[in-house]
Design a binder for this molecule. Structure first.
Ligand code: ADP
Ligand code: MG
Length: 323
């Protein structure tokens, strides 16, 4: 008789906190949605490290007017229909949770014009409830604006880090996605200042050189359905290792340690393409550490790429010339 079912709003608020913990989590979900919508340009704007305002604007396919009120319902997605679809997944999202979660803990405005429509619509939400939907003149694409994240969850809001820390997290995140998707142009504006402006390019190496302001060499190998491209900076830097699996920034401790032993104090960016069933697709959105079925094979590919280079590519001298 003491056990009661929690009201829906309480359940929603609790579960929202599992998906979204910080402004950067919010930006991540919105960028992934833009990429899934085939955007070629993504513009991110934040104020007060994202605590006061986050906007992610894209030129993707947009949201059909009839779908607009559905996108903020829990477990509503256009990306999969059956559980089996996860085995051939080629989108970032599929859980249909993010917009619902963000809407529960913020004031949100979603503006979108579907590519087959001649006008757009703006939907305004308070705590997950639609306040209004009205017509809006705009270009094809979608803009999601998030005001005052966690304003209705004061405890969670107080747990947010300082503005500078949150802003730095967002900058790292946008850079990661920019590295994963060089063909997409990214712009990041924080407190009215432009922090990143990366034009679209077909070359992953160009994108890296633009981001790190240093030259990279590139090695590539393909075997047994695994395709590995490794970019190593020619200059010595604080040894940073970046790992991407199927254009998703991920972390994997043992692989990272392994790569560090080979490249030493250089930046290494590894782009790995594997068939979707090799990575655990049913991964939690917050879980960056991935389990890879073929970790051994991947290390072997890496070893082959850097054969004869015991530690930090000794064939490269300080200036970055290979002789
Ligand atoms: P998921 O990405 O897992 O499907 P989300 O809650 O992130 O779940 O988004 C719900 C749905 O809203 C998506 O499946 C998609 O149909 C639509 N959507 C969200 N963001 C965009 C966008 N930027 N452009 C087009 N459609 C979008
Ligand atoms: Mg999503």
């Amino acid at each position: 008789m003491f056990v009661k079912e929690l009201p829906e709003e309480v359940r929603f608020k609790i579960s929202a906190g599992e998906v979204i913990e910080s402004p950067a989590d919010c930006v991540k979900e919105l960028i992934e949605n833009s990429l899934d919508a085939k955007a070629k340009r993504i513009e991110i704007e934040v104020i007060k490290g994202g605590k006061h305002y986050i906007s992610v604007k894209d030129d993707g396919v947009g949201i059909h007017p009839e779908d607009l009120p559905k996108v903020i319902l829990p477990f509503h997605t256009s990306k999969i229909e059956r559980f089996e679809d996860l085995l051939s997944l080629n989108t970032y999202g599929f859980r249909g949770e993010a917009l619902h979660a963000i809407a529960q803990v913020s004031r949100m405005v979603i503006s979108s014009r579907f590519y087959q429509e001649d006008r757009g619509y703006e939907m305004r939400l308070e705590e997950g409830k639609v306040v209004h939907i009205r017509e809006k003149g705009m270009a094809v694409g979608t803009r999601v604006e998030v005001f005052d994240l966690f304003y209705n969850l004061p405890v969670r809001r107080n747990l947010l880090k300082k503005e500078d820390t949150e802003r730095a997290k967002i900058l790292r995140l946008v850079r990661d996605y920019a590295m994963a998707r060089p063909e997409v142009s990214f712009k990041l504006i924080a407190e009215g200042r432009e922090l990143l402006n990366l034009p679209s390019t077909q070359s992953a190496r160009d994108r890296l050189e633009e981001i790190y302001k240093t030259k990279f060499e590139e090695r590539e190998i393909e075997r047994d359905g695994l395709h590995l491209r490794v970019f190593v900076s020619l200059s010595q830097k604080k040894g940073e290792v970046k790992l991407f699996v199927n254009s998703r920034p991920v972390q994997n401790k043992s692989l990272t340690e392994y790569i560090k032993r080979t490249v030493g104090r250089r930046i290494a960016v590894c782009l790995l393409e594997v068939p979707p069933f090799v990575v655990d697709a049913n991964i939690h959105p917050k879980k960056l550490e991935v389990k890879l079925q073929k970790e051994g094979n991947i290390k072997e590919l890496f070893r082959e790429l850097f054969k004869g280079h015991k530690t930090h590519i000794p064939s490269l001298n300080q200036e970055g010339h290979p002789y």
